[in-house]
Design a binder for this molecule. Structure first.
Ligand code: NAD
Length: 332
């Protein structure tokens, strides 16, 4: 049995990762598209045999309510549009898979969760790393206590961003800069490895190119304290390439991944040697997992609440930068 997906937004991620991944999925099938660019309709219809009645644009999207051939809408639009299309999708009776970061604010996340709940639809966030075997091994190992109680995690992700005119550098469409886009992977790693929610954060920002990064953050470093006492030292940047990793240090051992957050080529090391598993298509795994949740009527492990918790931590980080003070993370 299969679950039919419609992709909402046919940009780089949909084109280069998600649609190809949907050729490998067992339970998820690419059945529809929603695009604001009319020229893409025929290209996608031809390439993926999409039926004309399963093609929508942003204006007539709500008519998808009458289409029983679509079960899930996968929102792959700029961050600032996630809330609108998640709410419209849920109101149209569709389950929603939404790309990360879930939305521009925790208030928006709460609206999205409420809309899905009201319509009795499932909501998941595109946290592909949570399905990746190296990440799963690291969580299992840390939480098994193999290396004793955990003391610290170092995590960071950044890259040198190109085109100065892209939506990722615009506050309304991106909701923030490096932190929202890729710092969220480091934050996720800390939460995923420990299974804990940060209590408080301290954060600072540096900007070497204030013109390019007029609206969003360029480089942020932050620390987070977990309830158990684990300290997390994190960083993110849009200014340079290279940081793409986490390391976790326990009383009697350590492990880490570098690169940790890429689509492929994930590599790990531990006190006991290399961490090696097959590379998988993380998007295929993520979509099959959501399809199974729908088929088996279970909540996703990467639920809307999971997305909300990241936004609450991100808001505390931005607040700490503003105030210069240690800032409590609000509870979900
Ligand atoms: P992109 O710029 O390549 O695509 C965005 C799409 O949205 C384009 O098709 C564009 O036409 C459309 N769009 C509609 N209204 C727009 C507007 N006002 N301004 C700009 N574009 C508009 O971006 P992308 O890299 O595909 O990212 C899309 C989403 O996926 C983002 O939320 C991003 O954070 C997320 N993403 C996730 C991963 C991951 O590994 N999970 C990787 C990349 C991107």
């Amino acid at each position: 049995t299969t679950v039919n997906f419609a992709l909402v937004g046919l940009g780089s991620l949909s084109t280069n990762q998600i649609a190809p991944a949907l050729q490998k999925t067992k339970h998820a099938k690419l059945a529809g598209i929603v695009t604001g660019t009319p020229e893409k309709e025929k290209i996608w219809a031809d390439k993926y045999s999409i039926k004309p009645e399963n093609i929508y644009n942003y204006e007539n999207f709500d008519k998808i309510a009458a289409n029983d051939n679509i079960d899930v809408v996968y929102i792959v639009l700029p961050n600032g549009m996630h809330k609108e299309f998640t709410v419209r999708g849920a109101n149209a009776g569709k389950h929603v898979l939404c790309e990360k970061p879930m939305a521009n604010s925790s208030a928006d996340c709460r609206e999205m969760i409420a809309a899905c709940k009201q319509n009795n639809r499932k909501l998941a966030v595109g946290y592909r790393c949570q399905f990746e075997p190296h990440h799963l091994y690291c969580r299992e190992t840390v939480q098994s206590g193999k290396y004793g109680p955990l003391h610290a995690i170092e995590a960071g992700f950044g890259f040198k961003i190109g085109d100065p005119n892209q939506w990722r550098l615009k506050a309304d469409l991106a909701g923030g800069g490096a932190l929202m886009d890729v710092g969220i992977y480091a934050l996720q790693a800390c939460r995923f490895l420990t299974g804990e929610e940060p209590v408080a954060v301290t954060a600072q920002e540096t900007k070497m190119n204030p013109k390019k990064f007029a609206e969003v953050d360029e480089t942020i470093t932050w620390t987070m304290t977990m309830p158990s006492g684990v300290n997390c030292y994190c960083s993110t940047s849009y200014a340079f390439n290279g940081i793409n990793r986490f390391n976790a240090y326990g009383q009697s051992g350590w492990l880490g991944l570098d690169p940790a957050y890429s689509y492929k080529g994930i590599k790990g090391e531990s006190k006991d040697g290399p961490i090696q598993f097959d590379q998988i298509d993380q998007f295929a795994a993520e979509m099959d997992a959501f399809a199974k949740c729908i088929l088996e009527d279970r909540q996703s492990s990467v639920s809307g609440e999971e997305g909300l918790r990241d936004l609450l931590a991100i808001e505390a980080i931005y607040e700490s930068i503003q105030s210069g003070k240690r800032t409590q993370v609000q509870k979900a």
